[in-house]
Design a protein. Structure first.
Length: 127
């Protein structure tokens, strides 16, 4: 009978599966579930973080963005680039006036704009 009382002091039952485990065990060796809290864990607050990001980021599209057709802008740049036709189409009147007085930034601006417009998606958005 003494061996039974000695085993009772060194063993306890798992509250999940009912198997005998060591008295100081924190995790059941049979089912693997936690049977006691870790030391010092009871003092810590239970913090639950539920992050959910439902944002849909669409590059370049905002409330003030205006869609422009790539091919219309390309044709205007090709034929009226030295007078800033494509800049006026995009709604950039200041740049259009600058193109008029400098003949398309001395032709270099028109060449750069032709390449830039070709690399844009169709439609592209202008602010």
């Amino acid at each position: 009978m003494e061996t039974g009382s000695a085993n009772q002091k060194t063993e306890k039952f798992c509250r999940h599966c009912g198997e005998k485990i060591a008295i100081d065990a924190v995790i059941c060796t049979a089912c693997g579930r936690q049977v006691e809290e870790l030391k010092g864990e009871a003092d810590k607050p239970n913090i639950v973080i539920n992050n959910s990001n439902n944002n849909q980021n669409i590059a370049g599209v905002g409330p003030m963005a205006r869609p422009r057709n790539k091919w219309v802008a390309f044709a205007l740049c090709l034929f009226l680039g030295v007078v800033g036709g494509h800049k006026f189409y995009e709604g950039k009147a200041g740049m259009g006036i600058l193109y008029i007085f400098t003949l398309g930034l001395f032709g270099i601006g028109v060449l750069v704009d032709l390449i830039t417009i070709l690399t844009k998606p169709n439609p592209y958005y202008v602010f």
